[in-house]
Design a protein around this ligand. Structure first.
Ligand code: PLP
Length: 359
């Protein structure tokens, strides 16, 4: 069998949640498990996070997966509903909606159902993605509070630059959120993972960590270990061939790597067809046998080559870690012109997923 696998440590997920608890002790935790639990398996992740106060997903389809997986905690739809007909399912599956737009207000108002909705009113505090503008916000709140089928209104915004601790933007956004909520009752939430880590004044009643749960740092230049987080995913494979290559010869498609000296190449069974980033540059670190070796040449669909060095002793069958506990995915992302989020979400189903209880 092809040895390419993503091993998910359930214990690491539990540990990371408990670290978040310590960092935001006064807040409830809305664990963000959208995009299949950032590629870790949405139901498996949620089942492990029994201590989470609620779960957040991007859409109804993801919420239904959780309910069908027997997850009973509250579930928040971060983008609310996409069409009026979804309201019935929101009620059937007992979900909480974010309300970010006028048309969602109208859909809710036009509903004939008696269901008592819990909603999260979203302020766009100048990220300029979803939410009511500061000019519209108070009217939207009033509109919701006049609806008979709305039992609970909570207040929400989202940061644009919380991962940059030197940016003024987060303070400006917080100020606006405070200003517009003055005199309004309702629980508040603003902090994503970067907010949890770097902006304690943003913790409010609920924090909404995603990437931290999976053991990664959203802060530039850092890795999860800086915050005592443990990577939940180990992406692993094996060496399937080794070959001597003489100085001046090249490796892979496009001959994008040239041997500076005589060396040994190792071929590893992983490629962009498994979600290893095709943009990984020459020199991207790969872990093998307790050491780090550099990627050599372009990533293929099914394989990569690494430069094992002239004195290499590794043989085919040797375990290789592409990212995980031995090698932070943040570092691989930096070498691939991307962020850890895309790498974790992007592991394809060709890799065999296993969920382990060992940390
Ligand atoms: C995805 C998302 C989060 C979680 O972000 P992380 O950076 O992964 O912690 C929080 N809030 C909203 C609205 C999101 O869309």
């Amino acid at each position: 069998m092809r040895p390419t696998q993503a091993i998910i440590s359930l214990n690491a997920l539990g540990h990371n949640l408990s670290m978040i608890r310590q960092m935001a002790p006064k807040s409830k935790i809305m664990a963000v498990v959208k995009a299949d639990g950032y590629g870790h398996g949405i139901v498996k992740v949620a089942k492990q996070l029994t201590e989470a106060d609620s779960f957040a997903v991007a859409c109804l389809e993801e919420a239904i997966q959780l309910r069908e997986g027997e997850i009973t905690q509250p579930i928040v739809l971060l983008e609310g509903i996409f069409e009026a007909s979804e309201l019935e399912l929101v009620e059937r599956y007992n979900l909480e909606m974010v309300i970010h737009s006028q048309r969602q207000l109208v859909w809710l108002e036009d509903s004939a159902s008696q269901y008592a909705h819990s909603v999260w009113l979203k302020l766009d505090s100048d990220m300029n993605r979803l939410g009511f503008t500061p000019e519209e916000y108070s009217a939207a709140y009033k509109h919701l509070s006049d609806m008979k089928n709305v039992a609970n209104i909570r207040l929400m915004t989202h940061f644009a630059c919380a991962d940059d601790v030197t940016s003024d933007k987060t303070n400006d956004q917080l100020k606006l959120f405070h200003q517009l909520n003055k005199g309004i009752k309702g629980e508040r939430t603003a902090a994503n993972s970067a907010g949890v880590l770097a902006w304690p004044e943003s913790h409010f009643d609920w924090v909404r960590p995603g990437i931290m749960l999976y053991g990664c740092s959203p802060l530039s230049g850092q890795a999860g270990a800086h915050h005592q987080l443990i990577p939940a995913m180990n992406l692993e494979s094996q060496l399937i061939a080794t070959k001597k290559i003489e100085k001046g010869h090249t490796a892979g498609y496009g001959a994008q790597w040239t041997a500076d000296e005589d060396t040994m190449l190792g071929i590893v069974a992983i490629g962009y067809g498994d979600g290893y980033p095709r943009h990984a540059e020459n020199g991207t670190p790969v872990w093998i046998n307790g050491r780090i070796v550099p990627l050599a040449g372009r990533v293929s669909m099914d394989m990569i080559a690494v430069d094992l060095g002239a004195d290499a002793t590794e043989k085919p069958g040797e375990r290789v870690v592409l990212w995980g506990k031995e090698l932070p995915v943040e570092i691989v992302a930096r070498h691939s012109d991307t962020i850890p989020y895309t790498l974790l979400c992007g592991v394809t189903s060709r890799a065999k997923f296993r969920w382990s209880d060992e940390s």
